[in-house]
Unconditional design. Structure first.
Length: 178
């Protein structure tokens, strides 16, 4: 499907999923999703003195290269009592599945709110609880094979208190994949 400006556009289908707030010591997806566990371990190793890490603690060079294509970071932008999420970093596999690279744009500019309710709830939970969470849901693009996703949302804080970035890792699956 195309846009008037020539960029590809996909219709996103989103259905109810399951979100889990991770408490210390919990392993996300255990052995089922080693990539998500690896991103969680990377984040956990940067937590110091009970504080969540900041963006300055996350050096992309240190993240295993195989994880980068499915990594995403959102800036948390609060203004006039509203919270918005701006794409800060978008891995190439996420851009491929979406059909566009939304870096620098706001989530609500690209996808209608009724189609992102679960993702926004996950991002909001990472901000308010200051804890990682996982979200598993049917999810797909009408013109793509990916129709199921497992995600982890990891809060980052530049001042050690207020969450200003949420780092996510996505694992896309087709209906026939486990």
């Amino acid at each position: 499907m195309g846009n008037p400006d020539g960029r590809r556009q996909s219709r996103i289908l989103l259905m109810p999923g399951v979100m889990t707030i991770l408490e210390p010591g919990m392993r996300p997806y255990a052995d089922a999703e080693p990539a998500i566990s690896a991103v969680y371990d990377f984040w956990s190793a940067r937590c110091r003195d009970g504080r969540i890490p900041g963006r300055r603690d996350i050096d992309m060079v240190d993240i295993p290269r195989a994880l980068l294509p499915d990594l995403l970071m959102f800036d948390v932008v609060e203004a006039d009592g509203a919270r918005r999420f701006r794409y800060r970093l978008v891995g190439i596999d996420i851009a491929r599945v979406a059909g566009t690279d939304p870096t620098g744009r706001f989530l609500d500019e690209i996808i209608p709110a009724d189609r992102t309710a679960e993702l926004v709830a996950s991002l909001d939970a990472a901000i308010t609880t200051r804890r990682p969470n996982t979200l598993e849901s049917p999810f797909g693009f009408a013109d793509r094979e990916a129709n199921h996703v497992r995600r982890i949302a990891l809060p980052l804080s530049g001042d050690g208190t207020r969450v200003d970035i949420v780092m996510c890792h996505f694992v896309f699956r087709s209906r026939t994949a486990g």
